[in-house]
Design a protein around this ligand. Structure first.
Ligand SMILES: CCCC/C=C/CC(=O)SCCNC(=O)CCNC(=O)[C@H](O)C(C)(C)COP(=O)(O)OP(=O)(O)OC[C@H]1O[C@@H](n2cnc3c(N)ncnc32)[C@H](O)[C@@H]1OP(=O)(O)O
Length: 414
């Protein structure tokens, strides 16, 4: 690159001379004939020596730039291509003097406009600008290749029950209690709320929820019910309902595309939340189970409203009333899951796809999601409110307490 100011100053003097030559109507094809003309104008020898050397380097650079341009892997886009075209024409032929193409000859007109817009820019300056532009494209491409080769994954601090990372414009929220099948403890609810708030505001384009290990998530941690002090069950139920309502509200209001990558079995609230996700990809090892009546509880996560909308009332009833566990293929057929992948290739295929999605224009995705979901938000908050009120009562019922006791006495497992 020509960063040596002195050199270009000298070169500019030559450029000035040459411009005058052009203005006088004499043709000058190429730098070397131009130098000879300057020589003829009796510029001091030492000056001439330096400028000729500078110009020779510049000519080499110009030719090298043309070669480098051919090697670029990424299309630089029409705007840049037009600029390159115009600079090349200006550098090799001088100012545009061909007739203006007709209005309907869009491509030729765009090229002509770009070239014509350079006015009387000297050929040397055009070569310089062309060379600089190619050089900037080459360095942008090589730095992006370095990034592609080793994309940085930044891990967010301050989480214990989930792992939150951002890479390739994707914020990934991963349930991380594999030894408990990723059951959601109170702490995990709060951490997920915090992670969603962060992901809503950060630079990422999309957010992904997934599980670490063999399970996606076994739903609400049943220990959440056993941690209450004696005589404080009502308070426990009240606080639980407040937490659940806030948790689900963060999914309703999440402003970016939210994608669930269901890596294995999903139970309870981790299933109902899928209705609030924008895309659900599932491994063929995933199952979908909402055993609310078996546990003496009732649906949450807006599933009492969204599941009938998604799969029809008859199928929703089988899941939400009668605890029917769906395979991934069944969940896909019923519209709860977007696509099922063989477990062997699940992670590879899904993350390649998500990486491509996350390179789409961020704001366009956000406003489109708002259009798709916005009208329903008020309704969803009302449903969430109502579901939490009903659950608050359920958690105090004998039916629910008996189910929890028998789970911990190892009498019942799903
Ligand atoms: C405040 C908000 C409230 C929101 C309300 C939400 C409603 C729901 O989500 S309802 C769904 C609740 N979930 C369950 O009822 C699942 C209970 N778990 C099981 O039935 C089995 O553990 C499961 C089928 C998931 C797996 O069975 P296994 O493969 O045989 O594994 P283990 O049972 O040995 O599990 C290992 C270990 O993890 C503990 N575990 C698993 N899930 C939960 C859970 N949801 N809550 C608490 N603990 C759970 C399990 O007890 C084992 O622990 P140890 O026995 O101590 O090893």
């Amino acid at each position: 690159m020509h960063t040596n100011e002195g050199k270009w100053k000298i070169s500019d003097e030559i450029v000035g001379s040459r411009c005058r030559l052009f203005k006088n109507g004499r043709s000058c094809k190429g730098r070397y004939s131009c130098v000879r003309r300057v020589q003829a104008l009796c510029i001091p020898a030492i000056h001439l020596h330096m400028t000729a050397a500078t110009m020779q380097v510049s000519q080499q650079d110009f030719e090298k730039a043309q070669e480098q341009l051919k090697l670029l892997k990424k299309d630089p886009g029409n705007e840049v291509k037009l600029k390159l075209y115009a600079l090349f024409k200006q550098a090799t032929e001088g100012p545009c003097n061909s007739p203006k193409p007709g209005m309907l000859d869009f491509v030729k007109k765009a090229k002509w406009d770009a070239w014509n817009s350079l006015g009387n820019l000297s050929q040397d300056n055009a070569k310089q600008k062309y060379t600089e532009l190619v050089s900037s494209l080459v360095s942008a491409e090589s730095s992006s290749q370095v990034k592609d080769a080793a994309p940085e994954e930044s891990r967010h601090d301050g989480y214990e029950t989930i792992i939150v990372t951002t890479k390739n414009n994707i914020t990934k929220i991963m349930f991380n209690r594999p030894e408990r099948k990723n059951a959601i403890s109170h702490k995990m609810y709060r951490e997920i709320i915090k992670a969603l708030e962060e992901a809503a505001k950060n630079d990422s384009t999309i957010a992904v929820i997934t599980g670490n290990g063999e399970y996606y998530c076994s739903g609400n941690d049943l220990n959440n019910f056993t941690n209450a002090e004696a005589g404080e069950t009502e308070k426990m139920a009240k606080n639980g309902a407040v937490l659940l309502k806030e948790f689900v509200a963060h999914f309703i209001d999440f402003p970016k595309p939210l994608i669930a990558v269901v890596n294995g079995p999903a139970i309870g609230i981790s299933v109902t939340l899928l209705g609030l996700c924008d895309i659900v990809y599932a491994s063929d090892t995933a199952t979908f189970h909402t055993p609310f009546s078996q546990l003496g509880q009732s649906p949450e996560g807006c599933s009492s409203y969204l599941f009938p909308k998604i799969m029809g009332l008859a199928k929703a009833n089988e899941m939400l009333l009668f605890n029917k566990k769906l395979t991934a293929a069944e969940a896909c057929a019923q519209g709860l899951v977007t696509e099922v992948f063989p477990d062997r290739t699940f992670q590879k295929e899904v993350w390649a796809r998500l990486k491509a999605y996350a390179s789409l224009p961020k704001n366009s995705l956000a406003v489109s999601k708002q259009l798709l979901r916005g009208l329903e938000k008020e309704k969803l908050h009302a449903v969430n409110n109502q579901e939490c009120e009903v659950l608050k009562e359920r958690w105090l019922s004998d039916e629910c307490l008996n189910a929890i006791v028998s789970f911990f006495q190892k009498k019942s497992k799903l």
